[in-house]
Design a protein around this ligand. Structure first.
Ligand SMILES: NC(=O)c1ccc[n+]([C@@H]2O[C@H](COP(=O)([O-])OP(=O)(O)OC[C@H]3O[C@@H](n4cnc5c(N)ncnc54)[C@H](O)[C@@H]3O)[C@@H](O)[C@H]2O)c1
Length: 337
């Protein structure tokens, strides 16, 4: 099988490397408009990778295409993939505006071409197991979910104006994953945020540390916290408390956290420095599942329609953060299958 990668930047390089490690992939093809970039990355990935000169060549030669380009280009590239009948995996978000997203989802559904969204938590073995146990009733009644998403350091400040803000850029991952885990509609959202890391966030009308409270239809709550700086490393955890069990993902010897209890963990020298290390297993599995979907061997675990839920929640968090008031949501925000 030949898999194309559009965009040989930070995450495209990682995905290309992971794709090349899979037995089912014979060749990874790379396209990037920056002169020489695709060839450089192909040489780094190894003999199973090759550059191509344009997007049409990539589409013509690939059984599936991974879209790892800047967010603003995603709708156009996805339309090109589905028009060519080529299954795609697109990095998140596939669109950052609700109107554009709704139109894109309708077009993808009408074309009947599989498109996966790169929400890597859905491919993380521990998160998948957590969902299996929640949905199988092993936790009993869900009381609370706590999701922690701390970047180690802020992104390049030049990226901020186009990021869509912290809820659409950073929290979007947990706004996708947490309702996907719980399996109920969110009926109310309250969010608050501050600028504590860098005044550059205020200059673009954004914040750098946030908390969001989601209330689910059945009465359970989720508290999501996230921020742009953690002095100990990259920390992503989800903890779920139910009437029968209490489970965590992302809590292991590399979690960047120091306990003050006797015998408790102290921060390890190899504490997770960033998302590629923390989600290594998830990204590898994401590529394996993508290849299985392309081959017709697996269902799509991250369909485009689900992005309506996370983006609507991100928009609701943003307006709550600005107004200081909770935002009630209609049941039409929906529930993941
Ligand atoms: N899932 C995750 O954890 C995660 C992490 C980081 C980034 N992302 C997402 O991945 C996407 C890319 O982010 P990045 O950090 O790799 O960006 P990047 O800037 O490092 O790389 C983007 C690459 O795309 C190329 N490009 C631009 N237009 C193109 C086009 N029309 N066709 C082909 N290539 C094109 C650029 O030249 C660049 O090499 C963004 O949407 C971002 O939100 C997701």
């Amino acid at each position: 099988m030949r898999i194309g990668v559009a965009g040989a930047g930070r995450i495209g390089t990682m995905h290309a490397t992971n794709l090349a490690s899979l037995d089912a992939v014979d060749e990874v093809l790379l396209y990037d408009p920056v002169d020489g970039r695709a060839a450089r990355v192909a040489a780094m990935v190894g003999p199973g990778a090759a550059p191509v000169g344009g997007l049409d060549d990539l589409l013509a030669a690939s059984d599936g295409v991974l879209v790892a380009t800047p967010t603003t280009t995603h709708p156009d590239l996805l339309r090109r993939c589905v028009a060519a009948g080529v299954p795609a995996l697109c990095e998140k978000p596939i669109a950052d505006d609700l109107g554009e997203l709704a139109a894109l989802i309708d077009e993808v559904d009408a074309a009947g071409v599989p498109v996966l969204v790169g929400f890597q938590r859905r491919f993380d073995p521990a998160v998948v197991e957590l969902r299996r146990r929640i949905r199988g009733g092993e936790l009993g009644t869900i009381y609370h979910v706590r999701a922690i998403g701390n970047d180690a350091a802020p992104p390049d400040l030049g990226y901020l104006p186009s990021s869509g803000g912290i809820f659409r850029d950073l929290l979007i991952h947990d706004l996708d994953a947490v309702p996907w885990l719980v399996g109920e509609p969110v009926v109310e959202v309250y969010a608050s945020g501050s600028v504590l890391v860098d005044k550059a966030f205020a200059a673009v009308d954004d914040v750098d540390n946030v908390v969001a409270v989601l209330r689910f239809a059945g009465g359970a709550h989720a508290v999501l916290t996230g921020g742009r700086h953690d002095p100990l490393g990259y920390d992503h955890r989800i903890e779920v408390l139910g009437s029968k069990d209490s489970l965590a993902v992302g809590l292991d010897p590399r979690t960047p956290l120091t306990s003050l209890e006797p015998g408790g963990p102290t921060v390890a020298p190899d504490a997770y420095p960033g998302f590629p290390e923390r989600f290594r297993r998830a990204y590898l599995n994401e590529m394996a599942v993508f290849v299985d979907v392309v081959a017709g061997r697996a269902d799509n675990p991250s369909p485009v329609r689900d992005s309506m839920i996370s983006l609507r929640l991100a928009d609701a968090c943003d307006s709550s953060r600005r107004s200081g008031a909770p935002v009630r949501l209609s049941e039409t925000v929906g529930v993941h299958a």
